[in-house]
Design a protein around this ligand. Structure first.
Ligand SMILES: Cc1cc2nc3c(=O)[nH]c(=O)nc-3n(C[C@H](O)[C@H](O)[C@H](O)COP(=O)(O)OP(=O)(O)OC[C@H]3O[C@@H](n4cnc5c(N)ncnc54)[C@H](O)[C@@H]3O)c2cc1C
Length: 276
């Protein structure tokens, strides 16, 4: 849609060109959300496209993802064979309610910064133990755990004008076995619950719960827990009245899916050699 409150569009070649920040300024990434509804409080868009950040860099240490990387580029990435969790990247792309237009335009950074419970790029980077590099407008860059980034429905830790620059996924997480479970009320709809388990050669299990809660919840176990231990861990991390409630699923339904999928993941990853 046309945004008739916009009076200025800036296209910096370098983020440092944007020294000050005013109420009404907004970073523009793929624009799939910004142009999907009126933005009465926004008068200036600052387009990130000209910054020319390389989208994806595979290194011995893992994967560097520019915030401006399109979701389609993640989908098309050919992962190194030793990344047992490589296919998880594509599974998360498929977990967005997305027409082909959104897939081709939406960015990984935009998805994180939207901070919606159904943000599948959030599920991906938290499950894979990602860290995010943030560029404040005036101050030194800071690196934060992806797990600490989202603080609520459409809320995160970004300060005014702070830019998400990149995401690092460590090779130590990408080489883990994984199990993925997701439910949506309609085919290609927004997720009601999305759970990812990862298990390394040390036997440690991580279960990341997203979409059924407003922010990611991660449970860590030194080994594969019993079914009862897992249920107790979920109950202690997520009080029954804290499941997300919107048109994509009632809280009781999301709670049921969370326990059901977590148990399936536990059983799948307990089987040696699964997805290894
Ligand atoms: C039909 C439809 C279906 C959708 N389905 C889903 C879904 O299933 N799950 C979901 O999570 N979202 C969904 N969305 C919302 C949105 O399209 C996605 O979250 C998308 O990934 C946003 O990325 P973008 O690059 O288009 O962001 P933009 O629309 O460009 O920006 C989104 C917000 O993030 C800010 N921003 C963007 N990049 C940065 C950055 N690097 N640093 C700081 N701030 C930044 C912008 O200022 C803006 O506030 C949907 C939208 C539509 C229209």
């Amino acid at each position: 849609m046309n945004l008739n409150t916009i009076t200025t569009v800036k296209r910096p070649a370098n983020a440092d060109e944007i020294a000050g920040w005013q109420a009404g300024d907004a970073w523009l990434a793929g624009g799939t959300w910004l142009f999907s509804e009126p933005q009465p409080a926004t008068h200036t868009l600052i387009d990130l496209e000209q910054l020319g950040w390389p989208s994806l860099q595979v290194t011995p240490g893992g994967l560097e993802i520019a915030a401006t990387c399109r979701i389609m580029e993640i989908y098309r990435l050919e992962s190194p064979a030793e990344w047992a969790a490589g296919p998880l990247l594509r599974e998360c792309c498929n977990a967005l309610l997305a027409s082909f237009k959104i897939w081709n335009a939406a960015t990984v950074g935009g998805n994180l910064c939207m901070s919606l419970p159904a943000g599948a790029m959030i599920s991906m980077v938290t499950a894979l133990e990602g860290t995010l590099t943030l560029w404040p407008r005036n101050g030194a860059p800071r690196v934060v755990s992806a797990l600490d980034f989202v603080t609520g429905n459409h809320r995160n830790i970004l300060q005014a004008g702070e830019l998400l620059r990149s995401i690092h996924l460590p090779a130590t997480a990408l080489t883990k076995r994984y199990a993925f479970r997701r439910a949506s009320l309609v085919k290609l709809g927004r997720s009601a619950a999305l759970l990812i388990g990862t298990c390394g050669s040390d036997g440690q299990l991580l279960i990341t719960i997203t979409a059924s809660t407003v922010q990611p919840v991660q449970l860590g176990f030194a080994g594969i827990p019993t079914a009862e231990e897992l249920r107790r861990a979920i109950a202690s991390a997520i009080p029954d009245d804290e499941y997300f409630d919107d048109v994509n699923g009632l809280p009781d339904y999301r709670r049921h899916l969370t326990y059901y999928f977590a148990e399936q993941i536990r059983v799948e990853l307990a089987q040696s050699g699964s997805k290894a």
